[in-house]
Design a protein around this ligand. Structure first.
Ligand SMILES: Cc1cc2nc3c(=O)[nH]c(=O)nc-3n(C[C@H](O)[C@H](O)[C@H](O)COP(=O)(O)O)c2cc1C
Length: 144
């Protein structure tokens, strides 16, 4: 079974994840921190969704400060992805992937692999770009 797990501070990642959920008709769970302050180095998670039921997990997160959001990092550190196929989806604002998107995906990949997961798709969506909708449609097409 496939499932979506996301963190979203301002709603952009959630909006895109909801479109995936509609397409896949699959569960979607949100990681909820005690505080949405992005400066907190080690966030406390009050909702840390279980992944046991899924064989494939789609993880969605924003980029914060040229890196993966600390809430998602903390989640990845807490979970075990052994035997799971994992797709990564990040959203970011700056026009170039090298202003955060690439680094965020790289770190998520490293953390998931350290925890035994196998990365399949990686998508970076710049919501300030004119190509935003094209990127979203391309990602949705990965699940046809
Ligand atoms: C604290 C903070 C830091 C951010 N840093 C970056 C960044 O380094 N690179 C980037 O492209 N966007 C950056 N952004 C923009 C977010 O990544 C972007 O708006 C994202 O889509 C928000 O997702 P969300 O609405 O799901 O929280 C930052 C936003 C915040 C609030």
């Amino acid at each position: 079974m496939i499932g979506i797990i996301l963190y979203s501070k301002t709603g952009e990642t959630r909006k895109i994840a909801m479109r995936l959920k509609e397409k896949l008709d699959c569960p979607l769970h949100e990681i909820i921190p005690e505080s949405y302050d992005p400066k907190i180095i080690k966030p406390v998670l009050i909702e840390s969704p279980e992944i046991g039921a899924f064989d494939t997990v789609i993880l969605g997160s924003p980029v914060h400060g040229f890196q993966v959001a600390k809430v998602m990092r903390e989640y990845l550190l807490q979970k075990d992805f052994t035997g799971k196929t994992v797709d990564l989806m990040i959203t970011h604002y700056f026009p170039f992937k090298w202003l955060g998107g690439s680094q965020a995906l790289k770190e998520m990949k490293r953390l998931v692999e350290q925890k035994g997961g196998t990365i399949r798709h990686q998508t970076s969506i710049n919501w300030s770009s004119k190509k935003r909708e094209t990127s979203v449609l391309e990602m949705l097409d990965l699940y046809s």
